[in-house]
Design a protein around this ligand. Sequence first.
Ligand code: ADP
Length: 162
Amino acid sequence: MTIAVFPGSFDPLTNGHLDLITRASHLFDQLIVAVGQNTAKKGVFTPAERVAFIEQSIPDLPNVTVQIETGLTVAFMQQCHATVLIRGLRNSVDFEYEQGIAGMNHHLDAHIETVCLMADPQYQFVSSSLLREVAKFGGDLTTLVPVPVAQALAQRLGSDRP
Ligand code: ADP
């Protein structure tokens, strides 16, 4: 049985993330979405809120679970007996970034294989950080994130509008 982990900030979950979760769930026996905190990024939603958004959005994927991850992803994966680390690639900037992380993770545990899935072209421009910016100015995000996420973004960030 192959267990895969998809780690990320998911602050918040986007339809691009959701597409990757769905596709990875078809490739592996079990998929654990690991909600962590990228120390370089300031969070808008708490880890528990981010987990809730993901759980609400994946009811039809029985082999997917969601957990909060603190610490090193490789340590989390060892605990879960996971051997595949899923990441997404939207463009060459993502590639450079993911190449470095994959190299470090391989150095830390050579049994872990990073598998990068190409972003669906319709979501290549979608990032949580850009969506947070658009939400601040009241832009319509309804086709880019699940409905509860769009509502929460508008509530949390819409009021920051200058
Ligand atoms: P992190 O802070 O760990 O990069 P993110 O939530 O920003 O967390 O991204 C998690 C993973 O999802 C990364 O591999 C990223 O490249 C990928 N990803 C982000 N947005 C998209 C998208 N629109 N389509 C496909 N993959 C994406």
